[in-house]
Design a protein. Structure first.
Length: 497
């Protein structure tokens, strides 16, 4: 008896498929890799970035011929930067912060595959288009008109929108923005209490998302951070990372109990509300938290001390006896603008580096009110005064740009003599300088109740805000730029990060 092998229909289909697949695999092997390389990941895709975001990366599906990628990368509007590579990942680091309020497009076409290029084949990348945008240009100030008197006001210059953030029953005295722009830390007193020493610390939400994928908290949500029950809250500072507050406090029942306190801005893991801790150190004056958020620079005695942010700060990390005040730190903490008070009542401004260099920048018979480092170039912008007459001690305020490499000074704007309480703020992208012009209440006019006052105790009648566009200091046109008066009534202006 003979047996026959019967091939079932399903077996025939399987055999046919295997033969077909073998044929296709052979064709692919014969032809080589024909799959075009592509961009797998763009880290800024559809993101909103700020001045702290300095680099994006592109990850490719295959190793690329680096020169062809660099030559074919297009950013519109252009952003100067430099390339670095790690395998299939390319990093583009910006030389200066991207201008705010702008939409950007990133494109790559005609970039070549590395191995195909070596084999003499012309395999180019799949065309790629990516998009990102920078944060809106936003300023915050204290309102000075009757409808917004003493309230914190946010104005979006990009969208031309205004929001009043704080209620009428408290009067804002000072404020600092958190680094992501979602909240603002501020000090305020009751609107019907003119005691400048009765301030409490609060936070308020801005309604702005720190990142594109975050849903922002509604604007105007106010939370009490530190009360004034036992201590007067005087000056304060917020660390650059937004995690620590340092406050100068005085004991209400013991005037000799005066010093710095610090507290975290968020609750611990158990949800316990943060409480302030005393910074055990010598008494000091003006202070500023360092860029690394781990220490505080304090004017102490005849010098400036750098104290660690811990309970026992009696041992300074550093002490600079020749300087009486730190005006500003560069963003990376490698440089500081410091003031030296001379015996002839003049003041010197120095550039001090972490390499021990102390470079004199200018001398003035008046005051060095404030300084800020340009994030985009080696330039320091300062608000200064020059003594006009000694008899009545009349000071002339002016704005100046200082080239930190050459020491060259370029005056930007001379302000009226009666503008003694000017404040300035440099935009996070380094392209605009914001300042106010306070008009004082005439001395022969009785100021109304609950009148707003400057830090000098001068009654404020009204105040205007001005915006000055900035050019690189090497540009000859920098001295011909005129400031623009904004349609806002307020004082103490600051940019949102």
């Amino acid at each position: 008896m003979t047996s026959k092998t019967i091939i079932q229909p399903l077996d025939r289909v399987a055999i046919a498929l295997m033969l077909l697949l073998s044929l296709l695999i052979g064709l692919i092997i014969f032809q080589g890799d024909v799959v075009a390389p592509r961009v797998r990941e763009f880290t800024w895709q559809n993101q909103q970035i700020g001045a702290d975001d300095i680099a994006f990366s592109l990850t490719f599906s295959r190793p690329m011929e680096t020169k062809s990628v660099e030559e074919n990368l297009q950013i519109e509007p252009p952003l100067a930067g430099k390339f670095s590579w790690a395998g299939r990942r390319m990093v583009y680091t910006l030389l200066t912060p991207a201008p705010y309020g702008t939409n950007y497009k990133v494109q790559i076409q005609k970039a070549k595959d590395k191995f195909a290029q070596q084999e003499g084949k012309n395999k180019t990348i799949q065309p790629f288009v990516g998009n990102f945008r920078t944060r809106d240009r936003v300023i915050v100030y204290i309102g000075a008109n009757p409808d917004e008197k003493g309230q914190l006001v946010l104005y979006n210059l990009t969208q031309e929108q205004k929001k009043v953030l704080t209620p009428k029953d408290i009067t804002v005295m000072d404020f600092k923005a958190f680094p992501n722009g979602e909240k603002i830390l501020f000090s305020a007193r009751s609107a019907n209490n003119e005691d400048l020493l009765s301030a409490q610390l609060y936070t308020v939400s801005t309604g702005i998302a720190g990142k594109s994928d975050n849903q922002p908290e509604a604007a105007g949500k106010v939370d009490l951070i530190l009360d004034n029950k036992d201590y007067q809250n005087l000056k304060f500072d917020l660390s650059p990372d937004g995690e620590t507050i340092v406050v100068q406090r005085g004991n209400k029942s013991n005037p000799g109990d005066f010093g710095l306190w610090y507290l975290p801005t968020t609750s611990d893991k158990s949800g316990t509300k943060p409480t302030p801790k005393r910074l055990q150190s010598q008494p000091g004056g003006d202070f500023m938290i360092t860029p690394d958020s781990k220490a505080v620079a304090v004017a102490q005695g005849q010098g400036a001390a750098i104290l660690p942010l811990q309970s026992d700060a009696n041992k300074p990390l550093d002490f600079l006896p020749q300087f009486g005040l730190v005006q500003a730190f560069s963003k990376d903490g490698s440089q500081a603008a410091m003031v030296k008070f001379n015996t002839d009542y003049t003041r010197d401004l120095f550039l001090v580096t972490n390499q021990g260099i102390q470079k004199p920048l200018l001398k003035t018979t008046g005051s060095i009110v404030s300084c800020q480092f340009d994030p985009a170039s080696p330039t320091l912008y300062c608000l200064l005064t020059q003594l006009i007459t000694k008899a009545e001690y009349v000071e002339q305020p002016y704005l100046v740009a200082i080239d930190l490499k050459s020491g060259q000074q370029k005056p930007l704007l001379v302000l009226p003599v009666d503008q003694r309480n000017v404040e300035m703020s440099l935009s996070p992208d380094g392209l605009g300088l914001l300042f106010d012009q306070v008009v004082a209440q005439p001395e022969n006019v009785q100021a109304p109740a609950n009148t707003l006052k400057t830090d000098d105790g001068e009654a404020i009648a009204t105040s205007s805000l001005w915006l000055m566009p900035l050019l690189p200091i090497a540009d000859a046109a920098i001295t011909t730029i005129k400031p623009e008066k904004l349609p806002l009534i307020g004082f103490h202006p600051r940019w949102l990060p």
